[in-house]
Design a protein around this ligand. Structure first.
Ligand SMILES: [Zn+2]
Length: 232
């Protein structure tokens, strides 16, 4: 496999140049990811009559930076582990980075930059506009719980067409995200090329808020939020 470039790994390439469009939607995916997503979608329909759909796919650097910066500045809500809103003014810079990075990737370090990772929901149970991507939607009586229980089995049995959950467990970095699936084969290639040096260079080239403390403690944030994941 070719080594992916700095620009590809950090979401700085026009998706139309290297990704495939999913039907007539605004979603762009890496070719093999799309091919296998379509198979998983058919299986979900056939086996449990669920409508597996994508809420988020490729996301470019500037969009991720905008999310991050608006959270730092207090324009966008920051939630804690109990799905309660917190006030950024009550925290030190280091605390704030940790609070935000638990649910929103540091710009340039989102797996959504790769086109291999998607956030999904069951469109037969909940409208797209109502999806919040919170844990309670995906367990117990949540609208996407049935889909996720089925996915648990498919992933366990190695019948998930190459998809797995990088945020399946709470490893004290990114929170559990049952809705986030990754196409392992391509993503693992990108992951193994995503180095600390690249993470730092990416921050240096950015206008990311809290850039200085992020660079100063880059090794620690890289370990906690980039490489600290579940593997296929
Ligand atoms: Zn995601």
């Amino acid at each position: 496999m070719n080594s992916p470039s700095f620009h590809l790994l950090t979401g700085r390439i026009n998706p139309k140049d290297h990704l495939q469009q999913y039907k007539d939607t605004s979603h762009f995916l890496e070719a093999k990811t799309l091919e296998n997503f379509l198979k998983l979608q058919v299986a979900a329909k056939t086996e449990i009559n669920a409508q597996l759909e994508i809420i988020s796919s490729y996301r470019d650097f500037s969009r991720q930076e905008s999310i991050w910066n608006r959270k730092v500045s207090g324009e966008l809500k920051i939630l804690d582990d109990n799905e309660r809103v917190i006030n950024p003014k009550n925290y030190s810079q280091k605390e704030l980075i940790t609070k935000i990075a638990r649910f929103s990737a540091i710009p340039g370090a989102s797996r959504h930059h790769w086109g291999t990772d998607i956030d999904i929901y069951d469109a037969s149970q909940i409208k797209k506009e109502e999806v919040k991507l919170i844990h309670s939607e995906c367990v117990d009586n949540g609208p996407c719980a049935k889909l996720h229980e089925w996915l648990d089995q498919k992933i366990n049995n190695d019948e998930s067409f190459g998809f797995y959950r990088p945020y399946a467990k709470d490893l004290n970095g990114v929170a559990v995200e049952r809705w986030h699936l990754s196409y392992a084969e391509t993503a693992q290639n990108y992951f193994s090329n995503y180095t600390l040096e690249l993470f730092i260079e990416n921050l240096k080239q950015s206008n990311t808020l809290l850039k200085q403390p992020l660079i100063k403690n880059a090794q620690s944030y890289f370990n906690k939020f980039v490489t600290n994941i579940s593997f296929p």
